[in-house]
Design a protein around this ligand. Structure first.
Ligand code: URP
Ligand code: ZN
Ligand code: ZN
Length: 463
């Protein structure tokens, strides 16, 4: 089957140009101006921008957390992703203490198998290290899992100590892997949390106040020290704070292999949200928490300047009713996380490109190309080129949107961006040449999504 997309404007991380796109057997086979070749299906993309399918390297689907399980599984989460222009996710498989990393991957493969609307890969989160688990790392890099996550927070649950962090960094670096961290000082947070509860502060706002920006900045700085000691690359997930960003920027000026992502919630929402009435602040209970208004300007500058390389969603949805309300009388019992896989691309385009904060090529880089390069998917994904997968967004830059829970594909009872308006909407989305989303409707089949074995990390292909 041959598909021809005519008259669109192709935008990659480096170029903007007019060309027709010819697709065959899931791949782009030609990019030519005004081609006359024949095809089984011809689509007119006049007036449209064509972006490479977006890649979200931070999702949590079907994940147990805080005594419950995320509201989105691999079907609803990946359909929502497709609706928002995302054609590949990398989700986190969590090691159960006492078990092997390979077992976590087997569990997560079972959760995803036959359910995904788009392609997917897995990072592995290491929560309980011993010599046998350490020995798994090079094998997993070989098998297509070149990224390992460690938590510096969530004391007593996922948190690891500094020796574990350093050991994994060394082993991963030697094997061609990349270490990812949740960077917050879990011991400091644990103490502040206990102090707040003892003083009778149980509302959602105290989730944020018990996790101050300094706790993030300190952990990021400690991680950078470990990167320097181990001479291995590392990546900070969901960076939220200007001070922490300063540490990353400075380390990069010193030539260290330090990378970082931020997320839309830290660009669009702030601390005031925790004061929403009727327990509404629980919608925003996530870690790190939302920061003071004004902090987001530093993050936007970090994106524009290259100190931050990726915007990912950290999609981790819990319903307000039946899940978040587990913590109605104690903020520590509110499951941490918020939805965002569906809205990431649109929000970033509307405020970033339309709002003049970043250029259009930088936008493509942040949502697609940089994640592909850093996480071993490039050039199969993350760009529009002959030989690449035909993962494409046909994007209408004039169409307007209003975000609403009532029209979302995310399977959760709220949307943190309710009422946000903007311009720029995915009109059609292709995954390996199949049209999976068109005119606000999912047109694909769950199970179409295929597991992606990723390549090892290389500083030559990274940023
Ligand atoms: O609050 C968050 N971010 N929940 C998801 C788990 C994590 O820490 O990434
Ligand atoms: Zn985290
Ligand atoms: Zn996360």
């Amino acid at each position: 089957m041959r598909t021809l997309i005519k008259n669109g404007t192709i935008v990659t991380a480096s170029d903007i140009y007019r060309a027709d796109i010819l697709i065959e057997n899931e791949k782009i086979i030609a990019l030519e101006a005004e081609t006359t070749v024949d095809a089984d299906e011809i689509t007119d993309a006049s007036g449209m921008l064509i972006f490479p399918g977006a890649i979200d390297v931070h999702t949590h689907l079907d994940m147990p957390f805080g005594g419950t399980v995320t509201a989105d599984d691999f079907t609803s989460g990946t359909i929502a992703a497709a609706a928002g222009g995302t054609t590949c996710i990398v989700d986190y498989a969590l090691q159960t203490p006492g078990k092997f990393l390979q077992e976590a991957l087997e569990d997560w493969h079972k959760k995803a198998e036959g359910k995904c609307a788009i392609d997917y890969g897995f990072h592995v989160a290491v929560t309980d290290l011993n010599e046998s688990v350490l020995a798994e790392i090079p094998l997993l890099v070989e098998e297509g899992y070149p990224s390992f996550k460690l938590f510096m927070a969530y004391k007593g649950v996922f948190q690891v100590d500094d020796a574990t962090l350093l050991k994994v960094l060394k082993q991963s670096g030697d094997a061609g892997g990349l270490v990812l961290v949740h960077a917050e000082n879990g011991d400091v947070i644990d103490l502040l949390t206990r102090e707040m509860l003892a003083a009778g502060h149980v509302e959602p706002l105290y989730h944020a106040l018990s996790r101050p920006p300094q706790a993030e900045e300190e952990a990021v700085n400690r991680f950078i020290t470990m990167i320097e000691l181990s001479e291995s690359p590392g990546y900070v997930v969901h960076l939220s704070d200007a001070g922490a960003l300063g540490r990353v920027a400075e380390s990069r000026v010193r030539g260290l292999p330090v990378y970082a992502e931020t997320c839309p919630q830290y660009l669009f929402l702030d601390l005031d949200r925790y004061s929403e009435p009727d327990f509404g602040g629980a919608k925003y209970v996530m870690s790190p928490p939302l920061r003071e208004a004004g902090n987001e300007d530093f993050l936007w500058s970090g994106l524009a300047s290259g100190s931050l390389q990726v915007v990912a969603s950290d999609h981790c949805s819990f319903n307000l009713k039946g899940q978040k309300d587990l913590g109605e009388s104690d903020f520590t019992k509110i499951p941490n996380g918020a939805p965002g896989v569906e809205t990431r691309v649109q929000l970033l385009y509307a405020e970033g490109v339309e709002g003049g904060r970043i250029g259009i090529n930088k936008f493509v880089d942040l949502v697609s190309t940089a994640p592909a390069r850093l996480f071993g998917l490039y050039p199969q994904k993350g760009t529009i080129a002959v030989g690449s997968d035909a993962d494409l967004i046909i994007f209408d830059p004039e169409a307007e949107f209003t975000i609403s829970q009532s029209s979302q594909y995310q399977n959760v009872d709220y949307n943190p961006y309710e009422g946000f308006k903007g311009r720029g909407v995915p009109q059609k989305v292709y995954s390996r040449g199949s049209l999976i989303f068109e005119n606000n409707k999912y047109t694909g089949k769950p199970g179409h999504g295929r597991f992606q074995k990723r390549k090892s990390f290389s500083t030559f292909s990274a940023y």
